[in-house]
Design a binder for this molecule. Structure first.
Ligand SMILES: *[C@@H]1O[C@H](CO)[C@@H](O)[C@H](O)[C@H]1NC(C)=O
Ligand SMILES: *[C@@H]1O[C@H](CO)[C@@H](O)[C@H](O)[C@H]1NC(C)=O
Length: 226
């Protein structure tokens, strides 16, 4: 019995240590809960420039989280949030919120979203299904620093926790990448168009280290039938 437990533990550890290639896959978040989430591992913890890209598919008719990075001092270290009431995509960077409206965030559709930020200029820009937004002033002068916890499916109101049922994500997510630099417009366009691009050097969907907690599934990304 003890031996079996040990074996199981070893297998779990081995499994956790191996980055997985999730090409062609997606995370399915099938239910509204304040528990289900995916924790993405990175040891990196000092960012002066950031690009985050992801695709998502949902039919939620309320606020919801798409990407939540927290540090001990900023639970909204780098966060992408859909504000349903105001119909705005909101990047929060070091707890400073920016609002991008006028987007065609249709339900039941895959949307490709990339967000860039530079601490020197403080400018944040959102790319939505191939279209760049205006460049807005957000947070400048300081890095996003401290132990990084990145979570999909739930919004962190504290470092690694403080989940809110009414802000959880229900649907599918795929192609999550994060870079510690700003991608060129051509690279972002390549990501948007499903062409070749340089995978994330902080988070790489093709070599992802993660833990799934509670009800989350990895499934083949459903393509249309030809
Ligand atoms: C990810 O982090 C968790 C705890 O933070 C750890 O238990 C797990 O082993 C890590 N996985 C990898 C692949 O490093
Ligand atoms: C900010 O981050 C960059 C890149 O990681 C690093 O080179 C720099 O030293 C950091 N600045 C501060 C003030 O910590």
């Amino acid at each position: 019995m003890m031996f079996l437990l040990l074996l199981l533990l070893l297998m779990l550890t081995a499994c956790a240590a191996n980055p997985k290639d999730l090409s062609g896959k997606m995370f399915t978040f099938p239910a509204q809960t304040n528990r289900a989430h995916v924790k993405l591992n990175t040891s990196r913890q000092d960012f002066s420039t950031v690009t985050v890209c992801h695709r998502s598919f949902t039919d939620l008719k309320r606020d919801h989280i798409l990407f939540s990075l927290a540090t001990p001092s900023n639970s909204n270290g780098f966060l992408i949030f859909w504000d349903y009431t105001n119909q705005e995509m909101e990047p929060h960077i070091r707890n400073v919120k920016s609002e991008f409206g006028g987007l065609d965030y249709k339900p039941n559709t895959w949307h490709s979203i990339c967000t860039t930020w530079d601490s020197e200029s403080g400018l944040v820009q959102l790319w939505f299904d191939g279209q760049p937004s205006i460049r807005k002033f957000s947070s400048s002068g300081s890095n996003i620093s401290g132990t990084t916890i990145i979570i999909l499916g739930q919004e962190q109101d504290s470092h690694g926790g403080g989940f809110d049922l009414k802000q959880c994500f229900v649907g599918m997510m795929s192609d999550v990448h994060m870079w510690d630099y700003i991608l060129s417009p051509c690279e972002i366009q390549n990501y948007m168009d499903y062409l070749n691009f340089t995978p994330g050097n902080v988070l790489n969907w093709r070599a992802l280290e993660f833990q799934m907690i509670d009800k989350v599934l990895i499934e083949d990304k459903q393509m249309t039938c030809h």
